[in-house]
Write a protein that binds this ligand. Structure first.
Ligand SMILES: Nc1ncnc2c1ncn2[C@@H]1O[C@H](COP(=O)(O)OP(=O)(O)O)[C@@H](O)[C@H]1O
Ligand SMILES: [Mg+2]
Length: 247
């Protein structure tokens, strides 16, 4: 049996006396969508910060395809195959969509070639073209990122996260603030990405969680409350009390 895309083992961190993430275990299967849900303050974003190297865990382990990457810095994690969706503020608003993707794809280039002219890197350029097509950004390719609609900016963020050809993609509320139709388009897009990448998602929209996820992990007060298929989670009385009850 091959290792899962990601294995989180007993991970935890405290801020002062607060156990923001407390002994959390789960696996993200390959080419699947694993979604972390839970009420505000449950520890979801902190969990992502531990996984993506923004925070170093006090306890526990993060494995990518069986390789221990606990405590790796973000750049080393990226080389190990992990990518996280950029926040909108990390887009270069004064550069075009194409230029943003070109910069994000630069990590595919060997260091010795990084200073060569743009045309010297065929792999990165091919990646930019593939992402523009896949994300439906052809019509805005030469537009400044700052001039895009909110939905287009969020799509561009996801495309940029994929530029490094990761094996695991972390998405923290990718449809936040989107219109209903943009949300549906983005959900379909995310579903389509699983042919290439394993996805770990934080999402608030419970309808989207149920329709999109293969596996759901429920957090509450820093701990894992339950995990299972969307159907099992929806039917779980503890989850209903902690999460659906307050929604
Ligand atoms: N850097 C920090 N310092 C102190 N407390 C924090 C920090 N980050 C998060 N917290 C606290 O940890 C808990 C979990 O927060 P967070 O991970 O943002 O939850 P969620 O994303 O599920 O809403 C909250 O009580 C929050 O106030
Ligand atoms: Mg959060």
């Amino acid at each position: 049996m091959s290792d899962p895309a990601m294995h989180i083992a007993g991970i935890g961190i405290s801020f002062g006396g607060l156990r923001a993430v407390d002994n959390v275990d789960f696996q993200a299967e390959r080419n699947a969508i694993t979604t972390v849900i839970g009420p505000n303050g449950a520890g979801k974003t902190t969990l992502f910060n531990l996984i993506s190297g923004a925070l170093r865990p006090d306890r526990g382990r993060v494995e990518l395809a069986g390789v221990d990457v606990t405590g790796f810095a973000p750049a080393a994690l990226q080389r190990a195959g992990l990518a996280r969706s950029f926040q909108i503020t990390n887009l270069f608003f004064d550069l075009t969509v194409w230029e943003n993707l070109r910069i994000a794809s630069q990590v595919l280039e060997p260091v010795s070639r990084a200073l060569l002219p743009v045309a010297a890197s065929r792999r990165a350029l091919a990646r930019v073209d593939a992402l523009i097509e896949r994300f439906g950004l052809e019509d805005v390719e030469t537009d400044l990122a700052g001039a895009l609609s909110h939905g287009e900016q969020r799509r561009l963020e996801i495309a940029m996260a994929l530029a490094s050809e990761p094996s695991v993609l972390l998405l923290d509320e990718p449809t936040q603030g989107m219109s209903h139709s943009d949300t549906e388009d983005t959900a379909a897009l995310i579903r389509g990405l699983t042919s290439d990448v394993s996805i770990l998602l934080i999402e608030h929209d419970i309808g989207l969680v149920m329709s999109l996820s293969d596996h759901v992990v429920v957090m509450n007060q820093g701990r894992k409350l339950a995990e299972g298929t969307p159907e099992t989670i929806r039917a779980n009385p503890e989850v209903q009390a902690a999460y659906f009850g307050s929604a």
